[in-house]
Design a protein around this ligand. Sequence first.
Ligand code: ADP
Length: 478
Amino acid sequence: MGQNQIMTRVLSVTSECAPLVKTGGLADVAGALPGALAEHGVEMRTLLPGYRQVMAQLSGIKTVHKLSLFGGTAEVKSANAAGLDLLILDAPHLFDRPGNIYLGPDGKDWPDNPERFAALSQVAAKIGTGALPDWTPDVIHAHDWQAALIPEYLPKAGRPSVVLTIHNIAFHGLADVEKMKVLGLEKARFTRDGFEFWGKISALKAGLMGADKLTTVSPTYAGELMTEHFGMGLDGVMRHRRADLSGILNGIDEDVWNPATDPLIAHYKTAAGKSKNKKALRREFGLPDADGPLCVVVSRLTGQKGLDLLLDCLPNLLAQGGQLVLLGSGDPHLEDGFRRAAEDPNVAVTIGYDEALSHRLIAGGDAILIPSRFEPCGLTQLYGLQYGTIPLVALTGGLADTVINASPAALATGVATGVQFHPISHDSLNSALDRLCSLYKDRKTWAQLQKNALKQPVGWGPSAAAYAALYKDVTPPA
Ligand code: ADP
């Protein structure tokens, strides 16, 4: 960009950010956006809670603001790590805890999650109105319910604009109405037009009603959100805000996910180079050679991801010589189901979270399976494309927007990159697995699919430009 171009200052407010702390795709997006936006005239700083694991990874931190929050003292600290310009909310009474960032040792939400993330939103609002001596944002970019109370804490005038991105509308950030006072929320706003949702406080709804612009992570999900089936009770709100809603596809961080440079795999530039990784994966999991595709799954194990359907359809894949390697954790029933499935010699299952293993799976697999019931964007199909690992996906959300189904027309014109199925049912997943196996057996067609996948652009380019344009659009005049 030209030297005289004015930078837009944006504060990104997020509850997770790769590589420091991650439970899902939000972290990847929050971690990659600042770098992707730098060349579009955006100076982005990222406000993140000072969880125990985050504090342990930082050095050279400097206190830039002190305050008292929910019965304890807190400091905003600046730090640089992994190329990110960070502002850390260091509030030990809220964030210095072991284990999962959202869940206590009993596997349930921390009871004070409303306060923990209200604190994040309050601090964002303070930074937005001049709390730091040398930097005030033009725009606050809030991510999901954890940052969605920000508009409630900003003054009506003299405030930065707020863009709220919905990464998953299933999570509302609900709190009992009794918490209104302690959260510092205005009683008059506890209405249909404010943050009231079926008698509770909904942090997400506060943001959906109060942000200047709303985005979500794919154009198809933007449309789906306005329907009863996908809107999770907020479809009316989404229709009400339709004029301010846009779908901007997630990209992937190509410094981290690139088969030609990935330090966690045997490098390759063409699909032929996958075979080394495939052999290594089979060896690692003691899988025999087989005639069908080696399929992989890297996922949270929840109802959203449709993996109960995959468990039921697995015999069909195995009967056609297919194999499965799954990495995931979540719902105990699904974990047990997959553990049992792994008694078959052609199935291997690792229950847990393992970033390095996820790279080996995506590099070594022939296909990656994503039968989600809904999927705002999905990142693993993008990793699959980038690694020449053919995605088999449900036709929903971002999976619909990023995979080109191997229909006869797409095969004839040489543009297909994967297999899609709809409706999201056993029969339709079974027939998608049939199609996958027959495509795999047709070596020439499979090689063409891999080639197409490898050349499909999945980086941040156009989406970073779209965010930059949106920020510019909402920046208040100087
Ligand atoms: P969601 O955010 O709904 O979980 P996404 O596909 O958007 O789904 O992002 C999931 C991210 O988390 C991807 O980067 C994926 O590789 C990663 N991931 C999910 N489960 C695991 C796991 N068990 N081990 C390692 N990485 C995982």
